[in-house]
Design a protein around this ligand. Sequence first.
Ligand code: ZN
Length: 341
Amino acid sequence: MSQGHFRAQWNREEFTHRAVRRFLSGGGLIQDPRVVRQRLKPNCFQIRRPTSDTRKMAWWTRKEPSVSTTSDEERRIKTEGLWQKCDGCGQIIWKKELDETGQVCPKCNYHFKLEAEERLTSLFDDGKFEFFDRDLHSTDPLDFVDSKPYKDRLRAMKKSTGNADAILAAAGNIKGRRVQVCALNLKFVGGSMGAVVGETIARAIDRCLEHRNPLVVVSASGGARMQEGAVSLMQMAKISAGLMKLDQAGLPYISVLTDPTTGGVTASFAMLGDLNIGEPGALIGFAGPRVIEQTIRQKLPEGFQRSEFLVKHGFLDAVVPRSEMRDYLSQAFDFFCGPVA
Ligand SMILES: [Zn+2]
């Protein structure tokens, strides 16, 4: 091995060694090997310690990022409400597109949940209607306390939803015919049925009887409200009695079941319609599938308790997509009451 060859070898090793040391100790970028080799020749064993200046320049010791970025909070505000992930197909959909389709996924026809007021707007002609009984509120008859007092829970719900309870009652025209509509709001204590929900529907029935209007109740509920105990269970009987009067007067009642309708609501007024219709894919049942599986110790079939399954097994009369709901209701009322005068 010639001396020249040895030197070249040695220099290369020294270069690698030094570059690694420089890199690890905060010296910054590895430079062009030829430049480094030139610089190393005179004092190749001397390893410079990084100065405070070189430390400042190293990328991992920088305090300020070199690229200015938007803060998470700012980014959230800028993009909030623009996109929505579909629970049906998992795709990201532009919210404006959802507004145009009535909150139905344009890709897989998944029906997003609607709040009570949105529901009323979607049903009535030109989205116009008048509210009734918006000031009814629960008196907390049991003075109930669970994880927090029921009174506090109601107050918080009222503040977050802007409604006094889980139901909105309204009257307006559907294709020119005056109809009384009640819509449940899932966001208010799970759309549960307490004294206010019962009383609001009972009063809507009274208005139907007085003005000879048909009735529509759009359900979205977890059932009876536990915090009102027996008082909430009594609403089942009260509404059922009212619906019987409606039947005797020859006025139609159409129950629209949306995702999810369960418990005491399914067990009373939601299944008592002259027509019981469901939105596509809505979960409708009394007890949830897990409870049933544990009770009967059998695996439930695919799609169990969904509207399509229930129509097939005779529990519902039809599955009506949201876009066809107004037409369907109007045709049903024409059938029950004759064409609009
Ligand atoms: Zn979808």
